[in-house]
Write a protein that binds this ligand. Sequence first.
Ligand SMILES: [Zn+2]
Ligand SMILES: [Zn+2]
Length: 256
Amino acid sequence: MEVVILGSGTFIPIPERSSPSILVRSKETCLLLDIGPGTLRQMGRLGLSFSIIDYICLSHFHPDHTADIIYLLFTLKNTDPLFKKPITLLGPPGTREFLKSLQSAYKGYINLSPKLLKIDELGKKSRRNCKNLIVASYPVRHVSESIGFRIIEKDEGKSIAYSGDTGICEDVIELSRDVDLAILECSFPEEYLKKRGIDTHLSPSDAGKIAQEAKAKSLLLTHLYPECLRIDILERCRRYYKGNIIIAKDLMRLKV
Ligand SMILES: [Zn+2]
Ligand SMILES: [Zn+2]
């Protein structure tokens, strides 16, 4: 599988880090993990067309993780029929309602026929066959609907965990158990989280603890707020995690 970082940032607009989205490409399947604002443009910067997307996995409904769904649906609706290809939206409980509200706000501009857009609402612990990939959801600690995703390639058995936004919890450790690559959010320094009493995001130390406990083979840190970029992320994470640590950058490509 190939992992392409489209957005390693947050909702804060900074030029070098777009909002959250990660593309997972395998032999037969192309899947987006979240679709924050700017996702399609980031794909364009790599010469990748939106028409390669088969599945979109939504971790939760915060706009920084979902806003480009509007743009994608409008593009699919209006594009040349040659580029029209069915897309499946895999999301947490409430996805159908969420999409209906967007479609109602946009007065039909983003309505697609069920042949082009399939909605598959996952439970907090679900499993789906997506061509040569298995996609499994896990509940995580952020907002009520939040889920993380575990992606397994059937042929080679390689696996990726994606936390979405989360605080430290048993489920995110379970989600990351023995994976080849754990993609964990890394929002703020621990002192920032502690001072504000936030337990729904991770620090570099938290991410290190989770990856170590889960025995993940590699760790990719993403969803970096400016506060986190001001500290030595690697040093903090290495105190707890002994494996390979990568700090995500936009347009970075990794083989799993
Ligand atoms: Zn969020
Ligand atoms: Zn977020």
